[in-house]
Design a protein around this ligand. Structure first.
Ligand code: SAJ
Length: 434
């Protein structure tokens, strides 16, 4: 990674700007740089840029950190540095606000930055996950307000990101992608760009709306399927059926069944967020996605349900949450990463405090949200455990070690532990649906 001079106009075809250097943008920037493009990475977060300029990445991903150190790119927080580029890829977050409504602020800000500096003839690609209609109804008008008409002045395409944080098998390099554009030239140019950097299929869609819809559909599909097994788990808790055993049984059917697993909640910046982008846009067209809304309600209720399971488990021991020190294992929204966005841990911690309990929190990937510095310290202080994130050290937790610390109640929010072994050790074990 070295600093670079501004790119001369003739080299614009090979000069790519990546706007937003997070989980999505940084791997893409590394891949484009590796494949010979002149890459300028831009981010509004100056702290992130100074870390990157010093050769370090701003989140916990050792493989990406090594890759970043091997490639050459310029990183900057100065939008004027984008002037020499010819392709602009926007990879900024698309969160929801407190009312679960889409927040396109980051997309609009990034679009305006690009619109101010993209030379005539540029290709602009939005990778951020958005609902159908955003490119035509939000991004293109924002560019046109800056005197950049889509078609005559620049091309606009959408290639939804498919990064799966922590996944070592499927990476930015080999995940197939879909692509849509507002103009035929844009589709051709964007397809050429991705076919130069990816080692995977690039599937052009008939419209940019179809490309926007694909990503939302993928993630809403996952949210709905998780809600399905979460509802089963709550039903089977009453029926004394182990939902995991039933899912493993259903998996023996070699077709038409795709396993999902119940848990204490659905976190992350994709699954619990993306469906709201479609729900809210469809409302404007007079359609109510009742099913998607019900799935969201079902999954959003899981953190509370998990704490209710803990209340029930303690009651079996004639104890209550009030004044209890509860060991909360994990804060990250999924195993082996440090990302806490939309993590169910926060609702769980809030509810534990509402019940008068004192959470003792430990997440080896998220020290800033931990209240103790080690698993050993947590086990010493806690009288009961609530597993929220199935990080490997927690999966390896043995009944003997738990019992040796005087803990006799365990609620397993990810069904990550061996239920039989804990029960045979006379520990009150409660999973989600088992
Ligand atoms: N979860 C469940 N049950 C499941 C699967 C997940 O409760 O069966 C929970 C997880 O614990 C987590 C949340 O849902 O809190 C999201 O988990 P995730 O595995 O879907 O992880 P994400 O959010 O990183 O999702 C990404 C998405 N990738 C993109 O958006 C590009 C998603 O589309 C992928 O399906 C997912 O990775 C994946 O397959 O791992």
């Amino acid at each position: 990674m070295t600093a670079r001079r501004p790119v001369p106009p003739r080299a614009r075809g090979r000069a790519v700007a990546v706007i937003g250097l997070g989980y999505v943008g940084l791997p893409l920037a590394c891949l484009a740089a590796e494949k010979g493009f002149t890459v300028t990475g831009f981010d509004v977060d100056r702290r992130k840029i100074s870390k990157l300029a010093a050769g370090r990445i701003p989140f916990d991903d050792p493989r990406l950190a090594r890759w970043y150190r091997k490639v050459s790119m310029r990183v900057t927080a100065n939008p004027a540095d984008l002037a020499g580029c010819g392709t602009f890829v926007i990879c900024v977050p698309t969160p929801v606000n407190q009312r679960s409504h889409p927040d396109l602020g980051p997309v609009l800000a990034a679009t305006e930055t690009v619109g101010r500096f993209a030379p005539k003839g540029s290709l602009v690609i939005l990778e951020s996950t958005v609902n159908p209609g955003v490119c035509e109804e939000v991004v293109a008008p924002a560019l046109e307000r800056l005197g950049r008409r889509v078609g005559p002045d620049l091309s606009l395409a959408h290639c939804p990101e498919r990064i799966n944080p922590g996944d070592k098998r499927w990476t930015v390099r080999n995940i197939p992608r879909v692509l849509g554009a507002l103009d035929a030239n844009g589709l051709k140019r964007a397809a050429a760009f991705y076919r130069k950097i990816l080692e995977a299929e690039v599937k052009p869609m008939a419209s940019i709306r179809a490309a926007e819809a694909v990503k939302i559909v993928e993630n809403a599909f996952r949210d709905v399927n998780i809600a399905f097994v979460n509802e089963l788990a709550r039903s089977f808790d009453q029926l004394g059926i182990d939902v995991l055993e039933v899912i493993e049984g259903a998996k023996t059917k070699p077709f038409a069944f795709l396993a999902h697993y119940p848990s204490c909640g659905v976190g992350g910046h994709c699954i619990p967020v993306d469906p709201y982008y479609l729900i809210e846009r469809a409302k404007l067209s007079g359609f109510d996605h009742r099913f998607l809304r019900l799935a969201r309600e079902t999954n959003d209720a899981m953190p509370g349900y998990t704490v209710d399971l803990l209340v029930r488990a303690l009651r079996q021991r004639r104890r209550s949450l009030r004044g209890a020190k509860i060991g909360v294992l994990g804060v990250a929204y999924k195993a082996s990463i440090d990302d806490v966005r939309e993590s169910p841990a926060f609702k769980i911690l809030h509810r534990l405090k509402e019940f008068g309990a004192t959470p003792v929190v430990y997440d080896p990937f998220v020290p800033e949200h931990s209240t103790v510095g080690s698993l050993a310290e947590l086990l010493k202080k806690a009288s009961a455990l609530l597993l929220v994130t199935d990080h490997a050290p927690f999966r390896r937790l043995s009944p003997a070690r738990v019992k040796a610390n005087g803990i006799d109640v365990v609620v397993d929010g990810k069904n990550a532990l061996n239920a039989g072994a804990f029960r045979r050790a006379h520990i009150t074990y409660q999973g989600i649906g088992r």
